[in-house]
Design a binder for this molecule. Structure first.
Ligand SMILES: NC(=O)C1=CN([C@@H]2O[C@H](COP(=O)(O)OP(=O)(O)OC[C@H]3O[C@@H](n4cnc5c(N)ncnc54)[C@H](O)[C@@H]3O)[C@@H](O)[C@H]2O)C=CC1
Ligand SMILES: N[C@@H](CC=O)C(=O)O
Ligand code: NA
Length: 436
Protein backbone atom coordinates (compact mmCIF):
# COMPACT_ATOMS: atom_id res chain seq x y z
CA UNK A 1 0.00 0.00 0.00
CA UNK A 2 1.14 3.55 -0.75
CA UNK A 3 2.94 5.21 2.20
CA UNK A 4 1.27 8.02 4.11
CA UNK A 5 3.26 11.22 3.60
CA UNK A 6 3.87 13.41 6.61
CA UNK A 7 4.72 17.11 6.44
CA UNK A 8 6.35 18.38 9.62
CA UNK A 9 6.29 22.06 10.58
CA UNK A 10 8.68 22.99 13.40
CA UNK A 11 11.73 20.80 13.92
CA UNK A 12 12.63 21.74 17.49
CA UNK A 13 12.46 19.68 20.69
CA UNK A 14 9.27 17.79 19.83
CA UNK A 15 9.74 17.84 16.04
CA UNK A 16 13.20 16.32 16.46
CA UNK A 17 11.67 13.68 18.76
CA UNK A 18 9.02 12.83 16.16
CA UNK A 19 11.68 12.32 13.46
CA UNK A 20 13.60 10.02 15.83
CA UNK A 21 10.58 7.92 16.83
CA UNK A 22 9.32 7.57 13.25
CA UNK A 23 12.75 6.36 12.19
CA UNK A 24 13.52 4.18 15.21
CA UNK A 25 10.17 2.36 15.34
CA UNK A 26 9.34 2.47 11.63
CA UNK A 27 8.70 -1.22 11.30
CA UNK A 28 6.41 -1.57 14.34
CA UNK A 29 4.58 1.63 13.43
CA UNK A 30 3.75 0.43 9.92
CA UNK A 31 2.66 -2.97 11.25
CA UNK A 32 0.20 -1.12 13.50
CA UNK A 33 -0.95 1.48 11.00
CA UNK A 34 -1.24 -0.95 8.11
CA UNK A 35 1.08 1.10 5.92
CA UNK A 36 4.31 3.02 6.09
CA UNK A 37 4.17 6.45 7.76
CA UNK A 38 6.88 8.39 5.99
CA UNK A 39 8.26 11.80 6.94
CA UNK A 40 8.54 13.43 3.52
CA UNK A 41 9.01 17.15 4.05
CA UNK A 42 9.92 19.26 7.07
CA UNK A 43 10.16 22.95 7.70
CA UNK A 44 12.26 25.05 10.03
CA UNK A 45 13.65 28.53 9.55
CA UNK A 46 17.16 27.18 10.12
CA UNK A 47 17.20 24.57 7.35
CA UNK A 48 20.64 23.16 8.22
CA UNK A 49 19.71 22.41 11.81
CA UNK A 50 16.50 20.75 10.69
CA UNK A 51 18.42 18.63 8.19
CA UNK A 52 20.66 17.32 10.97
CA UNK A 53 17.58 16.25 12.94
CA UNK A 54 15.46 14.68 10.19
CA UNK A 55 18.20 13.09 8.08
CA UNK A 56 19.03 13.13 4.36
CA UNK A 57 15.86 11.43 3.05
CA UNK A 58 13.55 14.27 4.05
CA UNK A 59 13.11 17.44 2.00
CA UNK A 60 13.74 20.46 4.23
CA UNK A 61 12.30 23.91 3.49
CA UNK A 62 12.31 27.19 5.37
CA UNK A 63 8.72 28.18 4.58
CA UNK A 64 6.08 26.05 6.40
CA UNK A 65 3.40 27.09 3.88
CA UNK A 66 5.25 24.91 1.37
CA UNK A 67 4.39 21.99 3.64
CA UNK A 68 0.66 22.71 4.01
CA UNK A 69 0.34 23.41 0.30
CA UNK A 70 2.35 20.41 -0.85
CA UNK A 71 0.09 18.19 -3.00
CA UNK A 72 1.67 14.91 -1.77
CA UNK A 73 1.33 15.59 1.96
CA UNK A 74 -1.51 13.62 3.60
CA UNK A 75 -1.04 14.64 7.24
CA UNK A 76 0.45 17.89 8.49
CA UNK A 77 2.17 17.91 11.90
CA UNK A 78 2.24 21.35 13.51
CA UNK A 79 5.01 21.68 16.11
CA UNK A 80 5.83 25.37 15.80
CA UNK A 81 3.77 26.55 18.76
CA UNK A 82 1.94 29.81 19.46
CA UNK A 83 -1.31 30.92 17.89
CA UNK A 84 -0.31 33.28 15.09
CA UNK A 85 1.49 31.55 12.21
CA UNK A 86 0.50 28.14 13.63
CA UNK A 87 -3.18 29.08 13.39
CA UNK A 88 -2.81 30.26 9.79
CA UNK A 89 -0.97 27.06 8.89
CA UNK A 90 -3.49 24.75 10.52
CA UNK A 91 -6.46 26.53 8.91
CA UNK A 92 -4.69 26.44 5.55
CA UNK A 93 -3.96 22.72 5.94
CA UNK A 94 -7.63 22.06 6.76
CA UNK A 95 -8.76 24.18 3.82
CA UNK A 96 -6.46 22.06 1.64
CA UNK A 97 -8.22 18.92 2.93
CA UNK A 98 -5.23 17.69 4.94
CA UNK A 99 -5.46 16.02 8.34
CA UNK A 100 -3.60 17.75 11.16
CA UNK A 101 -1.71 16.50 14.20
CA UNK A 102 -0.63 19.13 16.71
CA UNK A 103 0.88 19.40 20.19
CA UNK A 104 -0.21 23.01 20.45
CA UNK A 105 -2.49 23.42 23.47
CA UNK A 106 -2.56 27.20 23.29
CA UNK A 107 -3.81 27.08 19.72
CA UNK A 108 -6.60 24.66 20.61
CA UNK A 109 -7.63 26.20 23.94
CA UNK A 110 -7.91 29.65 22.35
CA UNK A 111 -9.00 28.87 18.77
CA UNK A 112 -10.17 25.25 19.03
CA UNK A 113 -13.86 26.03 18.50
CA UNK A 114 -13.09 27.63 15.13
CA UNK A 115 -10.50 25.02 14.13
CA UNK A 116 -12.75 22.03 14.91
CA UNK A 117 -15.69 23.65 13.11
CA UNK A 118 -13.57 24.11 9.96
CA UNK A 119 -12.22 20.56 10.23
CA UNK A 120 -15.76 19.24 10.59
CA UNK A 121 -16.88 21.10 7.46
CA UNK A 122 -13.95 19.69 5.47
CA UNK A 123 -14.24 16.17 6.90
CA UNK A 124 -10.65 16.11 8.19
CA UNK A 125 -9.23 15.10 11.56
CA UNK A 126 -7.33 17.33 13.97
CA UNK A 127 -5.57 15.09 16.50
CA UNK A 128 -3.95 16.52 19.63
CA UNK A 129 -2.95 13.84 22.14
CA UNK A 130 0.42 15.51 22.70
CA UNK A 131 -1.23 18.80 23.64
CA UNK A 132 -2.30 17.56 27.09
CA UNK A 133 0.01 15.88 29.60
CA UNK A 134 2.64 15.02 26.95
CA UNK A 135 3.08 11.28 26.66
CA UNK A 136 0.11 10.26 28.85
CA UNK A 137 -2.74 9.10 26.58
CA UNK A 138 -5.26 11.17 28.52
CA UNK A 139 -7.17 12.49 25.50
CA UNK A 140 -7.75 8.96 24.28
CA UNK A 141 -8.79 7.86 27.79
CA UNK A 142 -11.25 10.72 28.31
CA UNK A 143 -12.66 10.64 24.81
CA UNK A 144 -12.95 6.90 24.32
CA UNK A 145 -12.05 4.81 27.37
CA UNK A 146 -14.36 6.70 29.74
CA UNK A 147 -17.18 7.48 27.32
CA UNK A 148 -19.74 5.51 29.37
CA UNK A 149 -19.35 7.86 32.31
CA UNK A 150 -20.80 11.12 33.48
CA UNK A 151 -17.48 12.69 34.39
CA UNK A 152 -17.86 14.59 37.64
CA UNK A 153 -14.45 16.21 37.98
CA UNK A 154 -10.87 15.88 36.95
CA UNK A 155 -7.73 17.36 38.43
CA UNK A 156 -4.14 17.14 37.41
CA UNK A 157 -0.54 18.12 37.55
CA UNK A 158 -0.39 19.17 33.92
CA UNK A 159 2.63 21.42 33.66
CA UNK A 160 5.90 19.52 33.81
CA UNK A 161 8.04 22.64 34.17
CA UNK A 162 6.19 23.87 37.27
CA UNK A 163 6.18 20.43 38.82
CA UNK A 164 9.91 20.10 38.13
CA UNK A 165 10.51 23.49 39.79
CA UNK A 166 8.33 22.72 42.83
CA UNK A 167 10.01 19.35 43.28
CA UNK A 168 13.55 20.74 43.11
CA UNK A 169 12.63 23.60 45.47
CA UNK A 170 11.15 21.18 48.01
CA UNK A 171 13.76 18.42 47.78
CA UNK A 172 16.93 20.44 47.26
CA UNK A 173 15.99 23.92 48.44
CA UNK A 174 17.00 25.04 44.92
CA UNK A 175 16.35 28.56 43.66
CA UNK A 176 13.36 29.10 41.41
CA UNK A 177 15.37 30.75 38.64
CA UNK A 178 18.09 28.05 38.51
CA UNK A 179 15.53 25.27 38.26
CA UNK A 180 13.63 27.12 35.55
CA UNK A 181 16.86 27.40 33.52
CA UNK A 182 17.38 23.64 33.90
CA UNK A 183 13.80 22.95 32.72
CA UNK A 184 14.48 25.12 29.67
CA UNK A 185 17.72 23.28 28.97
CA UNK A 186 15.91 19.94 29.13
CA UNK A 187 13.32 21.15 26.59
CA UNK A 188 10.35 21.11 29.01
CA UNK A 189 9.56 24.82 29.08
CA UNK A 190 7.46 26.78 26.59
CA UNK A 191 9.15 29.33 24.31
CA UNK A 192 7.95 31.93 26.84
CA UNK A 193 8.36 30.18 30.22
CA UNK A 194 5.99 32.61 31.96
CA UNK A 195 3.30 30.45 30.30
CA UNK A 196 4.53 27.57 32.45
CA UNK A 197 5.08 29.31 35.76
CA UNK A 198 2.03 31.59 35.66
CA UNK A 199 -0.41 28.76 35.01
CA UNK A 200 -1.32 29.60 31.38
CA UNK A 201 -0.03 26.36 29.91
CA UNK A 202 -1.88 24.31 32.55
CA UNK A 203 -4.98 26.45 31.86
CA UNK A 204 -4.77 25.64 28.15
CA UNK A 205 -4.59 21.91 28.90
CA UNK A 206 -7.35 22.08 31.51
CA UNK A 207 -9.62 23.94 29.09
CA UNK A 208 -9.16 21.17 26.51
CA UNK A 209 -9.83 18.40 29.04
CA UNK A 210 -12.91 20.16 30.44
CA UNK A 211 -14.34 20.46 26.91
CA UNK A 212 -13.91 16.73 26.34
CA UNK A 213 -15.02 15.67 29.82
CA UNK A 214 -18.23 17.71 29.94
CA UNK A 215 -19.07 18.29 26.27
CA UNK A 216 -18.62 22.06 26.39
CA UNK A 217 -16.91 24.43 23.93
CA UNK A 218 -13.41 25.71 24.79
CA UNK A 219 -13.71 28.61 27.25
CA UNK A 220 -10.10 29.46 28.05
CA UNK A 221 -10.96 33.12 28.75
CA UNK A 222 -13.03 31.99 31.75
CA UNK A 223 -10.31 29.78 33.22
CA UNK A 224 -8.91 31.09 36.52
CA UNK A 225 -5.08 31.18 36.41
CA UNK A 226 -2.66 31.54 39.28
CA UNK A 227 0.92 30.30 38.91
CA UNK A 228 3.81 29.38 41.18
CA UNK A 229 6.09 32.40 40.70
CA UNK A 230 4.99 34.07 43.94
CA UNK A 231 5.07 30.93 46.09
CA UNK A 232 7.37 31.27 49.07
CA UNK A 233 9.58 28.41 50.23
CA UNK A 234 8.29 28.79 53.78
CA UNK A 235 4.71 27.97 52.70
CA UNK A 236 5.93 24.79 51.00
CA UNK A 237 7.72 23.95 54.27
CA UNK A 238 4.79 24.78 56.60
CA UNK A 239 2.42 22.82 54.35
CA UNK A 240 4.77 19.86 54.64
CA UNK A 241 4.82 20.14 58.45
CA UNK A 242 1.03 19.96 58.33
CA UNK A 243 1.06 16.85 56.12
CA UNK A 244 0.53 18.45 52.69
CA UNK A 245 2.45 18.92 49.42
CA UNK A 246 2.05 22.03 47.31
CA UNK A 247 1.35 21.27 43.64
CA UNK A 248 0.22 23.38 40.70
CA UNK A 249 -3.15 21.77 40.09
CA UNK A 250 -5.63 22.27 37.25
CA UNK A 251 -9.10 21.33 38.45
CA UNK A 252 -12.44 21.26 36.68
CA UNK A 253 -15.63 20.13 38.36
CA UNK A 254 -19.34 20.20 37.61
CA UNK A 255 -21.40 21.74 40.38
CA UNK A 256 -25.09 22.72 40.44
CA UNK A 257 -24.06 26.37 40.11
CA UNK A 258 -21.73 25.83 37.12
CA UNK A 259 -18.39 24.43 36.07
CA UNK A 260 -15.25 25.14 38.08
CA UNK A 261 -12.24 25.74 35.82
CA UNK A 262 -9.19 26.75 37.80
CA UNK A 263 -5.40 26.46 37.97
CA UNK A 264 -3.53 27.39 41.13
CA UNK A 265 -0.98 26.14 43.66
CA UNK A 266 -2.86 23.69 45.86
CA UNK A 267 -2.17 21.86 49.12
CA UNK A 268 -2.79 18.12 48.66
CA UNK A 269 -2.61 15.57 51.52
CA UNK A 270 0.83 13.96 51.27
CA UNK A 271 -0.57 10.42 51.44
CA UNK A 272 -2.38 10.85 48.11
CA UNK A 273 -0.66 9.33 45.08
CA UNK A 274 -0.91 12.55 43.10
CA UNK A 275 0.89 14.47 45.86
CA UNK A 276 3.89 12.23 45.17
CA UNK A 277 4.09 12.82 41.43
CA UNK A 278 7.41 14.62 41.11
CA UNK A 279 9.78 16.19 38.60
CA UNK A 280 8.54 16.52 35.03
CA UNK A 281 5.95 13.79 35.58
CA UNK A 282 2.29 14.68 35.10
CA UNK A 283 -0.77 12.98 36.52
CA UNK A 284 -4.49 13.38 35.93
CA UNK A 285 -7.18 12.11 38.30
CA UNK A 286 -10.56 11.58 36.69
CA UNK A 287 -13.75 10.88 38.61
CA UNK A 288 -16.50 9.17 36.58
CA UNK A 289 -19.85 8.13 38.05
CA UNK A 290 -19.50 4.52 36.86
CA UNK A 291 -15.76 3.86 37.00
CA UNK A 292 -15.03 5.84 40.18
CA UNK A 293 -11.62 7.43 40.40
CA UNK A 294 -8.83 6.72 37.89
CA UNK A 295 -5.30 8.09 37.87
CA UNK A 296 -3.18 8.55 34.75
CA UNK A 297 0.50 9.14 35.35
CA UNK A 298 3.52 9.64 33.09
CA UNK A 299 5.99 12.09 31.56
CA UNK A 300 4.34 15.40 30.71
CA UNK A 301 7.05 16.98 28.58
CA UNK A 302 10.29 16.31 26.74
CA UNK A 303 11.19 15.30 23.19
CA UNK A 304 10.50 11.57 23.12
CA UNK A 305 7.51 11.35 25.52
CA UNK A 306 5.74 14.08 23.54
CA UNK A 307 6.74 12.48 20.25
CA UNK A 308 5.19 9.26 21.54
CA UNK A 309 1.80 11.00 21.61
CA UNK A 310 2.30 12.75 18.24
CA UNK A 311 3.21 9.50 16.50
CA UNK A 312 0.30 7.63 18.16
CA UNK A 313 -1.98 10.27 16.62
CA UNK A 314 -0.32 9.69 13.24
CA UNK A 315 -1.13 5.99 13.54
CA UNK A 316 -4.74 6.77 14.53
CA UNK A 317 -5.26 9.24 11.70
CA UNK A 318 -3.70 6.84 9.18
CA UNK A 319 -6.06 4.05 10.26
CA UNK A 320 -9.16 6.28 10.15
CA UNK A 321 -8.38 8.22 7.00
CA UNK A 322 -10.58 6.14 4.79
CA UNK A 323 -13.45 5.95 7.32
CA UNK A 324 -16.57 7.97 6.75
CA UNK A 325 -16.02 11.24 8.74
CA UNK A 326 -19.31 10.60 10.57
CA UNK A 327 -17.91 7.35 11.94
CA UNK A 328 -14.78 8.86 13.46
CA UNK A 329 -14.48 9.79 17.15
CA UNK A 330 -15.69 13.41 17.48
CA UNK A 331 -12.91 15.92 18.20
CA UNK A 332 -14.34 16.79 21.61
CA UNK A 333 -15.86 13.35 22.35
CA UNK A 334 -19.44 14.64 22.10
CA UNK A 335 -21.12 15.06 18.72
CA UNK A 336 -20.49 18.68 17.63
CA UNK A 337 -24.20 19.60 17.72
CA UNK A 338 -24.44 18.20 21.26
CA UNK A 339 -21.95 20.56 22.93
CA UNK A 340 -23.56 22.59 25.75
CA UNK A 341 -22.43 26.03 26.75
CA UNK A 342 -22.35 25.49 30.54
CA UNK A 343 -21.51 28.49 32.73
CA UNK A 344 -18.00 28.64 34.16
CA UNK A 345 -18.06 29.75 37.81
CA UNK A 346 -16.13 32.88 38.75
CA UNK A 347 -13.38 32.01 41.23
CA UNK A 348 -15.05 33.75 44.18
CA UNK A 349 -18.04 31.38 43.84
CA UNK A 350 -15.82 28.31 44.15
CA UNK A 351 -15.90 26.25 47.35
CA UNK A 352 -12.58 25.02 48.74
CA UNK A 353 -10.57 24.71 51.95
CA UNK A 354 -7.84 27.24 52.58
CA UNK A 355 -4.36 27.63 54.03
CA UNK A 356 -3.86 31.11 55.50
CA UNK A 357 -0.58 32.53 56.77
CA UNK A 358 -0.85 35.69 58.82
CA UNK A 359 2.01 37.84 60.13
CA UNK A 360 1.02 38.91 63.65
CA UNK A 361 2.64 41.81 65.52
CA UNK A 362 2.98 42.18 69.29
CA UNK A 363 -0.53 43.18 70.32
CA UNK A 364 -2.79 41.58 72.88
CA UNK A 365 -5.78 39.66 71.55
CA UNK A 366 -4.53 39.13 68.00
CA UNK A 367 -5.47 35.46 67.96
CA UNK A 368 -8.95 36.23 69.33
CA UNK A 369 -9.48 38.95 66.69
CA UNK A 370 -8.50 36.62 63.84
CA UNK A 371 -10.69 33.73 64.95
CA UNK A 372 -13.61 36.12 65.52
CA UNK A 373 -13.31 37.56 61.99
CA UNK A 374 -13.18 34.06 60.50
CA UNK A 375 -16.26 33.01 62.50
CA UNK A 376 -18.15 36.17 61.48
CA UNK A 377 -17.64 35.12 57.84
CA UNK A 378 -18.83 31.58 58.45
CA UNK A 379 -15.32 30.05 58.25
CA UNK A 380 -14.50 27.22 60.62
CA UNK A 381 -10.95 26.30 61.50
CA UNK A 382 -9.58 22.81 60.97
CA UNK A 383 -6.08 23.48 62.35
CA UNK A 384 -4.14 26.45 63.67
CA UNK A 385 -0.44 26.66 64.43
CA UNK A 386 1.75 29.50 65.55
CA UNK A 387 5.34 29.82 64.31
CA UNK A 388 7.61 32.10 66.35
CA UNK A 389 6.62 34.33 69.28
CA UNK A 390 4.08 37.15 69.25
CA UNK A 391 6.08 38.87 72.02
CA UNK A 392 9.10 39.45 69.73
CA UNK A 393 6.95 40.38 66.76
CA UNK A 394 7.99 37.39 64.66
CA UNK A 395 4.87 35.29 64.98
CA UNK A 396 3.22 33.77 61.98
CA UNK A 397 -0.15 32.16 62.39
CA UNK A 398 -1.01 29.39 59.96
CA UNK A 399 -4.65 28.37 59.73
CA UNK A 400 -6.29 25.59 57.75
CA UNK A 401 -10.00 26.12 57.19
CA UNK A 402 -12.88 23.80 56.42
CA UNK A 403 -14.60 24.12 53.05
CA UNK A 404 -16.20 27.48 52.41
CA UNK A 405 -17.09 29.68 49.45
CA UNK A 406 -14.11 31.79 48.33
CA UNK A 407 -15.85 35.15 48.58
CA UNK A 408 -16.28 34.58 52.35
CA UNK A 409 -12.54 33.95 52.66
CA UNK A 410 -11.76 37.10 50.66
CA UNK A 411 -13.97 39.14 53.00
CA UNK A 412 -12.34 37.64 56.09
CA UNK A 413 -8.83 38.24 54.67
CA UNK A 414 -9.62 41.91 53.99
CA UNK A 415 -10.85 42.35 57.58
CA UNK A 416 -7.82 40.51 59.01
CA UNK A 417 -5.40 42.62 56.97
CA UNK A 418 -7.08 45.75 58.37
CA UNK A 419 -6.26 44.76 61.99
CA UNK A 420 -3.51 46.77 63.72
CA UNK A 421 -2.18 43.51 65.07
CA UNK A 422 -1.52 42.11 61.56
CA UNK A 423 1.31 43.17 59.26
CA UNK A 424 1.30 42.94 55.48
CA UNK A 425 -0.77 40.66 53.30
CA UNK A 426 -2.30 37.37 54.32
CA UNK A 427 -0.95 34.47 52.24
CA UNK A 428 -3.83 32.36 50.95
CA UNK A 429 -3.51 28.98 49.24
CA UNK A 430 -6.33 26.60 48.34
CA UNK A 431 -6.48 23.02 49.62
CA UNK A 432 -8.18 20.04 47.98
CA UNK A 433 -8.66 16.46 49.16
CA UNK A 434 -9.26 15.13 45.59
CA UNK A 435 -10.92 11.96 46.79
CA UNK A 436 -14.67 12.57 46.60
N1 LIG B 1 8.64 20.68 24.65
C1 LIG B 1 7.73 19.90 25.21
O1 LIG B 1 8.03 19.10 26.11
C2 LIG B 1 6.33 19.96 24.74
C3 LIG B 1 5.91 20.88 23.79
N2 LIG B 1 4.62 20.90 23.37
C4 LIG B 1 4.19 21.81 22.32
O2 LIG B 1 4.84 21.43 21.12
C5 LIG B 1 5.05 22.58 20.29
C6 LIG B 1 6.52 22.67 19.93
O3 LIG B 1 7.26 22.79 21.14
P1 LIG B 1 8.85 22.58 21.18
O4 LIG B 1 9.27 21.54 20.24
O5 LIG B 1 9.20 22.47 22.61
O6 LIG B 1 9.32 24.02 20.66
P2 LIG B 1 10.72 24.41 20.01
O7 LIG B 1 10.86 25.89 20.20
O8 LIG B 1 11.80 23.52 20.48
O9 LIG B 1 10.45 24.08 18.47
C7 LIG B 1 9.71 24.89 17.62
C8 LIG B 1 10.41 24.90 16.28
O10 LIG B 1 9.61 25.58 15.34
C9 LIG B 1 10.48 26.38 14.54
N3 LIG B 1 9.72 27.49 13.98
C10 LIG B 1 9.24 28.59 14.62
N4 LIG B 1 8.59 29.37 13.75
C11 LIG B 1 8.68 28.77 12.56
C12 LIG B 1 8.22 29.10 11.26
N5 LIG B 1 7.51 30.20 11.04
N6 LIG B 1 8.50 28.25 10.25
C13 LIG B 1 9.19 27.11 10.46
N7 LIG B 1 9.65 26.74 11.67
C14 LIG B 1 9.40 27.56 12.69
C15 LIG B 1 11.56 26.85 15.48
O11 LIG B 1 12.71 27.23 14.79
C16 LIG B 1 11.76 25.63 16.34
O12 LIG B 1 12.75 24.79 15.80
C17 LIG B 1 4.51 23.75 21.10
O13 LIG B 1 3.17 24.00 20.73
C18 LIG B 1 4.56 23.25 22.54
O14 LIG B 1 3.62 23.89 23.37
C19 LIG B 1 3.69 20.01 23.86
C20 LIG B 1 4.03 19.09 24.79
C21 LIG B 1 5.37 19.01 25.33
N1 LIG C 1 5.92 23.41 28.85
C1 LIG C 1 5.08 22.28 29.00
C2 LIG C 1 5.42 21.27 27.95
C3 LIG C 1 4.37 20.27 27.78
O1 LIG C 1 3.23 20.54 27.48
C4 LIG C 1 5.26 21.67 30.37
O2 LIG C 1 6.20 22.06 31.07
O3 LIG C 1 4.44 20.84 30.78
NA1 NA D 1 -1.29 13.26 26.11
Amino acid sequence: MKPINIGLMGVGTVGGGVATVLKRNAEEISRRAGREIRLTIASRRNVEMARDLVGPDVTVVADPFEVVNHPDVDIVVELIGGDTVAKELVLQAIANGKHVVTANKKLLAVHGNEIFARAQEKGVMVAFEAAVAGGIPIIKALREGLSANRIEWLAGIINGTSNFILTEMREKGADFIDVLKEAQRLGYAEADPTFDVEGHDAGHKLTIMAAIAFGIPMQFDNCYLEGISKLEGKDIQYAEELGYRVKLIGLTRRTEAGVELRVHPTLIPEDQLIANVNGVMNAVLVRGDAVGQTLFNGPGAGALPTASAVVADLVDVTRLMTADPGHRVPHLAFQPDQLKNLTILPIDEVVSSYYLRIQAVDRAGVMADITRLLAENGISIEALIQKGAIADGSAEIVILTHRVVEKAVNKAIAAIEALDSVAGKVVRLRMEELNG
